[in-house]
Design a protein around this ligand. Structure first.
Ligand code: KG4
Ligand code: ZN
Length: 348
């Protein structure tokens, strides 16, 4: 079964081919046209996807060493994402599947992150076997989901305000860092002291204000944002400049400790023995090592995709289509799927 996956929900144009359960190619083109705007400009994103989509799909098919006539099915992100951006990949994929006379599979981008542990990264790739606790942390979403063996899932916690990626990006912007600030904070923090300043960790055991944090698996990062802003206003620019790595490390520590504490206590509460972490923020080196340590301490298995599969990529789209196909939940031979903007709003 050869599956072409297409992903265009935000600022990466990506196409990947899964060849009989192996990643044959995973081409990702990151848009540079947003530099200087402090975020993704939706109109520019759509236009850039339109400009790149044909060449990226051609490269993915060529790098997989097949021709498009050897494809059995095409999958694309139908949402959530920037509607114009999603539509470029979705319409292209539906049109291509229609022209080739093969099934089209619409994929939910956040579910594709959530099930990234199943991307067949290597021939001996290990996947979770029983139920597991999935932490999905991207630029727009932060979710804890209890995933059952049959891959049905229940969202047991989500952010009440900002997503974890947004917390990195917005506090980074306050520090004058380029968008997306997550990877920049990660790099700066490597030489900083995480104990330099104690930024708030809302809805956790370390929070001053929340008494009722137990069995509450929701997140909140807007207080951290305010606290960073207040702290920055109280300190002179030269001091901030000189202590940038320490500030970055302290912000990162606040975000990472919340993510780790919530995930582990949710896994304990639901008595599961495995944890998965996915989405752009799962590329964060401090999160990877803190979650690894915590899982080791609690006798839990940890599944985190390689960093190329953490941030937006089409291999996760093709991989989820393969899982859906294996469950008999995929191909409907429909080429008229509507895009959707929010997670859970409208399913394909
Ligand atoms: O999953 P993703 O690529 O796109 C969305 O679906 O949103 O996630 C993007 C987010 C951005 O907020 C970015 O700053 C964050 O992931 N990110 C990181 C790192 N790499 C990407 N955050 C912290 N550390 C990183 N190394
Ligand atoms: Zn994403």
């Amino acid at each position: 079964m050869n599956i072409l996956g297409i992903e265009t929900s935000c600022d990466e144009t990506s196409a990947a081919v899964l060849l009989d359960g192996k990643v044959g190619s995973n081409v990702i083109s990151s848009q540079l046209c947003h530099t200087g705007f402090g975020g993704v400009v939706p109109e520019l994103a759509s236009r850039e996807h339109e400009r790149m989509i044909v060449s990226i799909v051609e490269r993915a098919v060529t790098e997989a060493n097949i021709t498009k006539n050897e494809l059995d099915c095409i999958a694309a992100t139908a949402g959530p994402g920037l509607i114009g951006a999603v539509m470029v990949g979705l319409c292209f994929a539906e049109g291509m599947a229609f022209a080739l006379g093969i099934p089209f599979v619409p994929v939910n981008h956040i579910e594709a992150h959530m099930f990234s542990a199943f991307i067949p990264e290597s021939p001996d790739h290990q996947t979770p076997e029983g139920p597991f606790m999935a932490l999905t942390v991207s630029g727009g979403h932060t979710l804890l989901s209890l995933v059952q063996e049959d891959l049905s899932y229940e969202v047991i916690g989500r952010t009440l305000d900002d997503a974890a990626g947004e917390a990195f990006d917005k506090t980074g912007k306050m520090l004058g860092l380029a968008y997306p600030a997550g990877p920049v904070i990660d790099r700066l923090a490597a030489s900083g002291d995480p104990g330099f300043h104690d930024f708030p960790k809302a809805l956790t055991s370390q929070s001053q204000t929340s008494r009722n944090y137990r069995n509450n698996f929701d997140f909140s990062f807007s207080g951290l944002k305010t606290s960073v802003l207040t702290w920055l206003r109280k300190h002179p620019p030269e001091f901030i400049e000189a202590r940038l790595p320490d500030i970055a490390a302290s912000i990162q520590h606040a975000i990472v400790s919340v993510l780790v504490e919530k995930t582990i206590s949710a896994a304990q509460h639901y008595r599961v023995k495995a944890v998965s972490v996915a989405g752009g923020v799962s590329a964060n080196s401090a999160l990877r090592s803190a979650m690894q340590d915590a899982c080791l301490r609690h006798g839990m298995e940890l599944y985190i995709p390689g960093t190329v599969y953490s941030t937006d990529n089409a291999a996760m789209i093709a991989s989820l289509a393969a899982l859906m196909h294996a469950k008999g939940a995929a191909a409907k031979n429909r080429y008229d799927v509507a895009p959707f903007a929010s997670f859970g709003a409208r399913r394909p």
